[in-house]
Write a protein that binds this ligand. Structure first.
Ligand code: G6P
Length: 607
């Protein structure tokens, strides 16, 4: 989510690190910082972009041959100079940069405060610096190794210390980190673009490996202190390819990151044995939420459709009446809002003007306002009374993909949270949490069928019209599938409730008007099955998306794609993936600009 760069060698470290940070801005860009070590440490941080950091550095004469830098995409604590990395210990001798989320930071922080540590930021990262300080006895890698035994979560970490100088210590778990090998100089980076201009020889760190670089050497050990031999790889990407991790487009890269986006939602937020969910951002209004009688979800575009799935989940599992409103309509029409209502704004960017104004209107009418927002510290995040951050990382492709699944995952956990307040059993809470934790590995299974989806795109990409049909939890997915196709392929596509088909739309069906039917083996499968036969009777072509091992559609429809089995409420997290990939491949075949489709913007900040 954020970017890390480190340098140690004979050259001045500062320009090399800031140059690397500029190349990582696509990973996060709300604040940045560096620490350069000499006899003393020069720590400079800013809220804003790397350019703001270099402006601030301009009139400082910072000299030193090693250091670490960071460009941040906030998760814990809003973007600010204090919350920017590097973070340090009480004595300002140990400096840490970190990507990822420390799940147990609240309990670690409490323990360290009891021992007398003084914290200055709101971040989860700062506990790492103080924990290392606690274990430090002259050897930095040993202190990091011991600290790691206490840290839970996902991380890539780099550390330097004035008391064990001339080395950079680093480690990772579920967050990338690599070493760049040079001549009398070495680098570390969270992503290849940061160091591509300096070296192509790299070593990829694996989970739970701990490394040390000096100007002339490197060493990698495991957490039990055993040395590990590593292979040196050659980077063959240019900078642009590296930013996309070698994938041809950001949209494709972001689809491939969907498993991680879903994994990040429950991180540090679930207590499995209690079947319970805890949202740090809702803590201060937990009691108020108990009294809420009605929910209204407001959003635009893809976020609105995630809200649609959320509505069905909350109605079924939290047993609350839920209205879903397009934010641009909510603002002007009469909506029934009172002091027993909570309004939930869903927005990836947190800047969509329609959604922001709707939040203001809801507040004016006395509602409690909540946000499900990806960008920490964004306008909507600041406007709402309380909220939940997605932690999906920056989304660059205009057509939203990983933010969408992340928003749905948040709604699944919110259903448990509100449901448990309203009589949901521990077993049910636990079941939803457990099933959600399986989703990323099920998504991997769908990715193994990417070639098949590509073949279907080749077969169908010349059609000019598509229907997308779904029922219950997969009706919003039909709408999202159609929206994805419209957005990037410019093909006319309409999503319908499967049951609505025979009330009009079926008149359109002939052999040139294909339908994509989302028909997992769920509580409405039988109903959908008869709808499929009605389309076939009119010679309509059908691509069906159904559950693995359901072979009865094979002989009826033209093409079948299979998704793994999961809880009915979570099927949208799986069924949407082939639809995103289908839209992607169709748009590629039509030669369109995938990441910047015509007429669209990532964030619409005007009404
Ligand atoms: C724009 C984007 C969509 C997005 C919508 C809402 O229309 O093109 O992809 O879904 O805004 O954006 P938000 O940032 O509020 O989720």
């Amino acid at each position: 989510m954020c970017g890390i760069v480190g340098y140690i060698g004979k050259k001045e470290a500062l320009p090399i690190i800031t140059e690397g940070l500029k190349r990582l801005e696509y990973r996060g860009y709300d604040s940045a910082g560096v620490v350069i070590l000499n006899k003393e440490a020069s720590l400079v941080k800013v809220k804003g972009r790397v350019k703001d950091l270099t402006d601030k550095l301009d009139n400082k004469n910072i000299i030193g041959n090693y250091g670490i830098g960071h460009t941040r995409w906030a998760t814990h604590g809003e973007p600010s100079e204090i919350n920017a990395h590097p973070h340090c210990d009480c004595k300002k001798e140990i400096f840490v940069v970190h990507n990822g989320i420390i799940e147990n930071y609240v309990s670690l922080r409490e323990r360290l405060i009891e021992k007398g540590h003084k914290f200055v930021s709101e971040t989860d990262t700062e506990v790492i610096a103080h924990l290392i300080e606690e274990f430090f006895d002259g050897n930095l890698e040993e202190a990091v190794r011991l600290a790691l035994k206490e840290i839970m979560g996902a991380y890539a970490i780099a550390v330097v210390s004035l008391k064990d100088p001339n080395k950079i210590v680093f480690t990772r778990k579920s967050s990338p980190l690599l070493i760049g090998l040079g001549q009398d100089e070495n680098f570390i980076a969270s992503d290849a673009p940061a160091i591509l201009g300096n070296t192509k020889r790299v070593i990829y760190l694996e989970d739970n490996e701990l490394g040390v670089i000096t100007a002339n050497d490197f060493k990698i050990i495991d957490l039990e202190n055993n040395k590990i031999q590593k292979e040196v790889s050659l980077l063959e990407w240019n900078i642009e390819e590296a930013e996309k991790k070698g994938y041809p487009h950001f949209m494709f890269k972001e689809i491939m990151e969907e498993g991680d986006a879903i994994r990040n939602v429950p991180r540090g937020r679930v207590v499995l044995e209690e079947g319970a969910v805890k949202f740090g951002g809702l803590e201060h209004i937990e009691n108020k939420l108990r009294d809420v009688e009605r929910l209204t979800i407001i959003a635009m575009g893809t976020a609105y459709l995630a809200g649609f799935v959320g509505k069905y989940m909350l109605e079924e599992y939290a047993q609350m009446p839920v209205m879903l409103e397009n934010a641009s309509e909510f603002r002007y029409k009469k909506s029934i809002i009172d002091k027993n209502s909570a309004v939930i704004a869903v927005s990836q960017s947190g800047e969509t003007a329609d959604t922001l104004f709707a939040v203001k209107e809801a507040k004016r009418q006395g509602a409690l306002t909540l946000g499900i927002i990806n960008v920490v510290g964004s306008s909507i995040a600041r406007e709402v009374d309380a909220g939940i951050y997605n932690h999906a990382g920056p989304e660059i492709g205009v057509a939203s993909t990983k933010a969408f699944v992340s928003q749905i995952a948040v709604f699944a956990l919110l259903s448990v949270f509100l449901g448990r307040q309203r009589g949901m059993s521990l077993i049910m809470g636990k079941r939803i949490i457990e099933e959600l934790s399986q989703i990323p590995s099920l998504i991997e299974k769908i990715f193994q069928k990417t070639e098949r989806i590509k073949e279907l795109a080749e077969k169908y990409y010349k059609h000019e019209n598509f229907f997308y049909l779904g029922r219950k939890y997969n009706y919003p997915i039909a709408l999202e599938g159609a929206l994805k196709l419209k957005e990037i392929s410019y093909i006319h596509a309409e999503g319908y409730q499967a049951g609505e088909m025979k009330h009009g739309p079926i008149a359109m069906i002939d052999e040139n008007f294909p339908s994509i039917c989302i028909v997992p083996k769920d509580s409405v499968y039988e109903k959908n099955f008869s709808g499929i036969q009605e389309i076939k009777a009119r010679k309509g072509k059908i691509i069906a998306i159904t559950t693995e091992e359901n072979n009865e559609l094979n002989n009826i429809v033209d093409d079948c794609l299979f998704i793994p089995k999961t809880l009915e409420m979570l099927t949208p997290l799986l069924s949407v993936i082939p639809l995103q990939l289908f839209a992607y491949y169709v748009a590629v075949l039509r030669g369109n600009d995938i990441d910047k489709p015509r007429n669209l913007a990532k964030s619409v900040t005007v009404e």
